[in-house]
Design a protein around this ligand. Structure first.
Ligand code: KPL
Length: 285
């Protein structure tokens, strides 16, 4: 996702730099985006944590479990004036970052853009989606957001970003672990009767937690939301299933783990979510 936004922001004239891991020797790298049979290649400047160049605006689009280490590695390059946009799966990370680095100005985002990685810095853009960015309670977008709105198709400022983040979390909590446990496409969750029954059971549990967390509208709409996403992404393999198939760690701690943490805060038992999370972890993910 980072490559997708880097390519689009660069195309609209923004000065884009990729932050790479310490030890990266190159000073520029190509970012390649394939879409609709066309190929866009941008040569972008590289910085690493060893650089001493202040960062004014930072997009973080890593796996959820890499966020803290990534920020720690460049914390010396961030100041009170730095803007951070956190575009990652799951919830709770912005609060963790704000605890560790209280001076950081953190915005959150969520997207339905579709892309997968063909090689490092080389992606296939599979479907146009909507990107929402916000900071809870901030009704008007800050000046920098104008660049995003101009560069990225369907990029909206969301003054109630927590609701958008929660809706995505609740949907991921159902689709991602079930498709991973059963090694199936998203569409199989509605096509196979025994899986559709598990979707319903999980939806009931997640709805209860969602309501307790203060998102009553999402709680009510959750079954339709999940059905809609399953239909729209029927041929997809969820990101969690892809992680397992590619031998990567999953984001289950930040998706189901976060949902269970909130359930616990409200004294709600969530045995199906708990069992599913255990099953994913027992399989070594
Ligand atoms: O966000 C997704 C993911 O796979 O992480 C969904 C919406 C489930 C699409 O596959």
């Amino acid at each position: 996702m980072g490559c997708l936004y880097a390519e689009q922001l660069h195309s609209s004239g923004c000065d884009i730099t990729l932050v790479m891991r310490a030890g990266t020797l190159q000073t520029t790298l190509p970012v390649i985006v394939e879409r609709n049979g066309t190929r866009s290649e941008k040569q972008l400047r590289i910085v690493t944590p060893e650089n001493h160049e202040p960062i004014s605006r930072l997009l973080i689009a890593t796996k959820a479990y890499d966020v803290r280490e990534a920020v720690a590695s460049i914390a010396h390059l961030l100041s009170d004036d730095s803007v951070i946009v956190l575009l990652v799966n799951g919830m709770g990370l912005a609060e963790q970052l704000a605890t560790d680095w209280p001076h950081l100005n953190i915005f959150c985002g969520t997207t339905t853009e579709g892309a997968y990685r063909l090689a490092p810095q080389h992606i296939q853009h599979t479907g146009r989606g909507e990107t929402r960015i916000g900071k809870q309670g901030l009704t008007q977008p800050p000046a920098w957001f104008a660049h995003w709105a101009q560069a990225i198709d369907a990029c909206l400022w969301d003054s109630d970003i927590d609701t958008a983040l929660w809706a995505k979390l609740a949907i991921n909590c159902i689709i991602n672990p079930l498709t991973t446990a059963h090694r199936c496409t998203n569409g199989a969750l509605s096509q196979r009767q025994e899986l559709a029954a598990q979707v319903t059971t999980l939806c009931n549990e997640v709805s209860q937690i969602t309501r307790a967390a203060g998102f009553a509208d999402i709680a009510t709409a959750l079954p339709q939301l999940v059905t809609g996403v399953i239909a729209a992404t029927a041929n997809n393999r969820s990101s969690m299933l892809q992680d397992v198939e590619n031998g990567r760690r999953t984001e289950i701690d930040y998706i189901t783990g976060f949902m269970l943490h909130v359930a616990n805060q409200h004294g709600i038992d969530a045995p199906h979510n708990r069992a599913l999370m255990q099953r994913i972890k027992d399989s070594g993910s």
